[in-house]
Design a protein around this ligand. Sequence first.
Ligand code: FMN
Length: 418
Amino acid sequence: MKTEQPALAAALDPLAGRRILVGISGSIAAVKLPLLVSALAKRGAQVRCVLTPSAAQLVSPVALASLSRERCYLDADQWSHAAPRPLHVELAEWAELLLVAPLSATTLGRWVHGLGDTLLASTLLATEAPVLAAAAMNTAMWSAPGVRANWDQLQGFERVLPLGPAEGLLACDRQGSGRMPDPELLLLALESLASWGWRRDWHGRRLLVSAGPTREWLDPARCISNPSTGRMGVLLAQAARLRGAQVDLVHGPLQLDPSWLEGLNRHPIDTGAELQQLLQHLQPQMDAIAMAAAVADHRPAVTLSHKPEKAAVAAAMAAAWEPVPDLLVELVGRRPAGQRILGFAAQSGDVVPQAQAKLARKGCDLLFANPIDQADAGFGSATNQGWLLGPGAAVERLEPMGKLPLAHRLLTALGGLI
Ligand SMILES: Cc1cc2nc3c(=O)[nH]c(=O)nc-3n(C[C@H](O)[C@H](O)[C@H](O)COP(=O)(O)O)c2cc1C
């Protein structure tokens, strides 16, 4: 797992300094937790672990204690005569955030039915902090009616962000749903809980996000593109999903951890023409659109079917180029009543006047303009800053922050217009 962050991103990390209680129950996915706990500790979080007796059979409490730099709590600790207060209450009150990963069928059942017969189960009943819960189990267990009913009931719990299992090859050799969400995604969801909270204010809404660069091909081996990694758009899509939205993500070639894409309804594209086609197809059903893709603005009028030798490339390059249609303007031009659109503008130099002119030209509801000629902002960086323009003449300065908290700020602004 990646733990190193640029200095500014580390200083602004919503997880740094937070007291996080990690509850681990008896799923084989528990073996993934030591590295996640280590990553949290390296990001400056205070981490304590609680294991059920089954979890303690599957993952080493000593490893977790060592990696969290704290003692690890087991059921036996609950009955210590040296404890002045019940341990489950002590831990519940200590934690600012809880992560239950993996959440087994049994611990889920105890929680939903108000049973506190393990240290973890009673801590879950005693806590008033937000909880991220990541289920993991065999595919057949996951589809068992009792488990589904318990899971459905958990969706209605205050302060809980439930993350259903992913598809994949399971340790029981079944291919299907049941795999614990990737630890990188759990880190992202925890960061979301720390920066936004658990409220699903986008529930029932459909959001279309475009992300990443497009590529325009001169020949089968050469293209024009840009350094967009897709980070901002993908984080917007995940943030919206965690807030309950139904999200479609249309994206060019991405450079980011593939686990960040888990759970998203994805539509990969390559060229501006492919993006244009998908936007046309998906737009009518959407409540809102965030157009974060960095669309290459010119393309060769003709794409050669063969690769010219090096000496002939200059001639091919000098041949006619044509503008790629302005996809944001097209979206605005054909949007149904009530649909809200957020555009992005990557600017160098004096950002605000250029962005104001762009907003007037494009006609979208909101425009986030960010500098690309400054450190720790723009393409590929972990942090960003800029100005949010519209509606009317409103200009809001957004100070440097991580791209996930920024995604939440933008979603709050966009959601407020729907
Ligand atoms: C090797 C092994 C792997 C297991 N994996 C899972 C799992 O992924 N999910 C699950 O719900 N139960 C799994 N179980 C069963 C649970 O450990 C069992 O239901 C236990 O009662 C869970 O208790 P707990 O929630 O207190 O940890 C597994 C059991 C074993 C022996």
